[in-house]
Design a protein around this ligand. Structure first.
Ligand code: GLN
Ligand code: ZN
Length: 763
């Protein structure tokens, strides 16, 4: 067994990364998982794929020259779920299924007919989603698994000593939620003692297996934490740190600054603390002022783990060098796990050649870290000088578009302001002549096999552009006819031409590039390929106008134009880091403003700008929120305020718990806001009323996430509930989100029932 105090020969962390992608460079794990879930392949095959992927990552990381290779970064679905299962936090409804361990695990992740899955939610402000552990006073937490130990031993068999990475005990509890049957007021943090006992056992097991370092991730500490939570933090690491015979401990944080949590951890007997110096460079000063760090290792996250750009190596090295004077040792690392970037930029052979030399994905970032590690310990070499020169040269070419710059400089406050709402409401009433409780949908209709085939055929060159447009046109016509038949009041074109609500716009805007292989895990087997926003953004040509114009030509009823808002476009792309996000948002907003103007000119009287990601980008710390919400709201208004009073602007948000963003939603100043409220039985309307929200609202009268077809009576009841809070002229009847993931056999009867319910409620 090793112990820091008895074994001075313990290796330094040196150069490392906090974590690595796990889905496979060719999404091998995705395919293996889906094969197993569908019953096409045996479990052994899935486990074999996992084993090969792990070996490959370990060899890659060790071969690249990292001094310390992270372990336990693999997961069959999600690392928070892994931790829950490791600690035996398996809710009774899954135990009752009496499945094998691995099938219990997948049941918790994906649910079954007879058991709701764990809730899934965003991993901090990233696009990764984790499964939320459910804990109650009866949850008997204990060490029930050995995944971190087994993977450590497995790596050792390949001759590689890894540093197992485990979600830390405090973050585990803070990310959990009370089980459905827990008494009111139950706080998962009250289980701290049990959790610590389990972690203590785990640390012993890892030490016995030969681990000299263990990384405990505590990202929850970069959000605002109460005094009680900080006390729990201190208790946790005093206890774990005081355990005899344990491995060295690295407590890693990321996605922001530790703030008041830093001195707390620094005072505990852990050996190393990981800090994110990319998102919180100011942490360097805080570190310099803490004498408790004099004998500890600071793992300096200087290579951005969340974005795709090459590192400015000289700056990164000097950040590390500055720390040298005030702490025991400095190790070089990524700002967070590389889970959030794609594998390998060198696979992107057909990306815009102006962008390619600027890119660094996971593989390249590992090389950067290793190079920085060598430079830090041995001084900058010729190799270092040439790499940093290359990086700087690549960035000297960032595309500037002076016309975009001038337009932004010339913006006036009134460009983001529309006429008074009353004037708009009046003008829209006479233009659109809609009934009270007007019915509409959120935009997309089911993406059928035919639609997907047409897109694939176009990509493969089996059909030409004209044929593709024909097929999409036929689909739009079908969707319009269907909506007319159902009797909806405001129609949509159905978005058949969109693969994805952000990618579609990125493909049509200048300043964006698409990758071929740049997949990033979103959750489980689901991956996304975020566009890369690399230069000044502008719109070379209309993006949606021909589709909307065509759709409108088919009907006397208004057909809504459909756009994705600036914040959502940024949230689901890799963005530039050489200018404030607020500036980039304004550029995207202006491009959308042009599209909105062209839609209006083409006779489109209702235009929806979706902002489902508005809340996602909300900064983790309260004090940063005002500024964010100001620019987020401003960019939406810039995009939409160019139209006349008679043009009706809608927005759609994919949630109903507005909490911290409710005022911002009011600030968007949309004429109609559609939200999710079916599941919360319209409670959100009371919140809106409370803040004096006076414009149109579509609270979502049925839940599209469920395959259940709502009956007329149920919808009518919800509409009546809603009408108690909002006058019928301002109230809309709509499903609570887009319909693209549903089938027509569900959508058609559901919409018919919704329209009937609205008619009844009107009467
Ligand atoms: N207009 C989009 C759709 O209907 C909105 C999707 C969303 O809310 N995420 O699909
Ligand atoms: Zn939605």
């Amino acid at each position: 067994m090793t112990n820091a105090h008895q074994t001075p020969r313990t290796p330094d962390i040196g150069a490392t990364v906090l974590g690595y992608p796990r889905i496979g460079p060719k999404r091998e794990l995705k395919r293996a998982l889906e094969g197993y879930w569908s019953g096409r392949t045996e479990l052994d095959e899935l486990l074999g794929v996992g084993e090969r992927l792990r070996e490959r990552s370990w060899r890659e990381l060790a071969g690249a020259g990292l001094d310390s290779v992270p372990g336990n970064t693999f997961s069959l679905y999600d690392h928070v779920l892994d931790t829950a299962v490791l600690l035996d936090a398996v809710p009774p409804r899954f135990r009752e299924l009496a499945l094998s361990d691995v099938d219990t695990y997948f049941a918790m992740a994906r649910g079954r007919d007879d058991a709701q899955p764990l809730e899934m939610t965003k991993w901090f402000d990233t696009n990764y989603h984790y499964l939320v552990p459910e804990l109650g006073p009866d949850t008997a937490l204990r060490l029930a698994g050995d995944k971190p130990v087994a993977e450590f031993t497995e790596a050792l068999r390949h001759g590689i000593t890894t540093r197992p990475v485990v979600l830390g005990p405090v973050s585990f509890l803070l990310l959990a939620k009370p089980a459905p049957d827990a008494p009111a007021g139950f706080a998962p943090l009250s289980l701290l003692d049990d959790v610590l006992a389990a972690y203590a056992k785990l640390l012993s097991a890892l030490a016995a297996a030969g681990a000299d370092w263990v990384q405990l991730d505590e990202p929850a500490l970069v959000a605002d934490r109460s005094a009680a939570e900080l006390t729990a933090l201190r208790q946790a690491y005093e206890r774990l740190g005081g355990q005899p015979g344990r491995p060295n401990l690295l407590v890693a944080s990321y996605f922001g600054e530790l703030g008041p949590a830093l001195p707390v951890i620094a005072d505990t007997p852990v050996e190393a603390i990981g800090v994110d110096l990319v998102s919180a460079p100011e942490t360097a000063e805080q570190i310099a002022g803490l004498s408790s760090l004099r004998h500890k290792t600071v793992v300096a996250g200087v290579v951005d783990g969340r974005n795709v750009w090459r590192t400015n190596l000289r700056d990164a090295l000097s950040t590390c060098a500055t720390l040298l004077g005030s702490v025991g040792r400095v190790a070089v690392s990524t700002s967070c796990s590389l889970l959030h970037v794609p594998y390998d930029a060198s696979a992107e052979t057909s990306i815009d050649p102006a962008v390619r030399p600027r890119l660094a994905f996971a593989r390249q970032k590992v090389d950067e870290v290793a190079l920085l590690g060598r430079a830090l310990s041995a001084g900058a070499s010729g190799e270092f000088a040439s790499a940093s020169r290359q990086a700087n040269e690549a960035f000297s070419e960032v595309r500037r578009d002076e016309r975009v710059r001038q337009r932004i400089d010339a913006l006036r406050p009134e460009d983001a302001r529309r006429p008074d709402y009353r004037e708009r409401a009046e003008a829209q009433r006479s233009r659109l002549d809609l009934p009270p409780l007007a019915t509409t949908t959120i935009g997309s209709f089911p993406q059928t096999g035919d639609i997907r085939r047409a897109r694939a055929d176009l990509r493969a060159g089996r059909i030409d552009d004209a044929e593709y447009r024909n097929r999409m046109g036929a689909e739009i016509e079908r969707v319009i006819r269907l909506q007319e038949d159902i009797g909806l009041d405001v129609l949509v074109h159905g978005e058949p031409e969109r693969n994805d609500m952000v990618q579609y716009f990125a493909e049509h805007l200048d300043g964006f590039a698409a990758t071929e292989h740049g997949w990033v895990q979103s959750y489980g087997s689901r991956c996304v390929r975020p566009p890369i926003l690399h230069g000044d953004v502008s719109r070379p040509a209309p993006m949606t106008v021909p589709w909307s114009e065509f759709a409108q030509s088919l009907s006397e009823k208004p057909v809504k134009g459909m756009l994705t808002g600036p914040v959502t476009i940024l949230a689901w792309s890799f963005v530039r880091d050489d200018q404030p996000l607020a500036v980039t948002a304004r550029q995207v907003a202006l491009a959308l403003r042009d599209e909105v103007a062209d839609l209006e000119r083409a006779g489109i009287g209702v235009i929806q700008v979706d902002e489902p990601a508005l809340r996602e980008l909300l900064p983790l710390r309260e004090r940063d929120r005002r500024e964010y919400l100001d620019w987020a709201v401003e960019s939406f208004r810039l995009a939409t305020a160019g139209v006349s009073a008679a043009t009706q602007i809608h927005t759609h948000l994919c949630y109903s718990e507005f909490g911290d963003v409710i005022e911002a939603i009011d600030g968007l100043d949309a004429d109609v806001t559609t939200i999710e409220a079916a599941r919360s039985r319209m409670e959100v309307l009371a919140d809106l009323r409370e803040i004096g929200f006076r414009r149109g609202v579509g609270p979502g009268v049925y839940d599209i996430h469920s395959p259940r077809v709502p009956d007329e009576r149920g919808v009518e009841e919800l509409l009546r509930l809603a009408a108690d809070a909002v006058p019928a002229e301002r109230l809309w009847a709509n499903p609570d989100c887009g319909l693209k993931t549903r089938g027509y056999h569900e959508v058609e009867p559901a919409l018919r029932n919704m329209v009937l319910a609205a008619r009844n409620a009107r009467a």
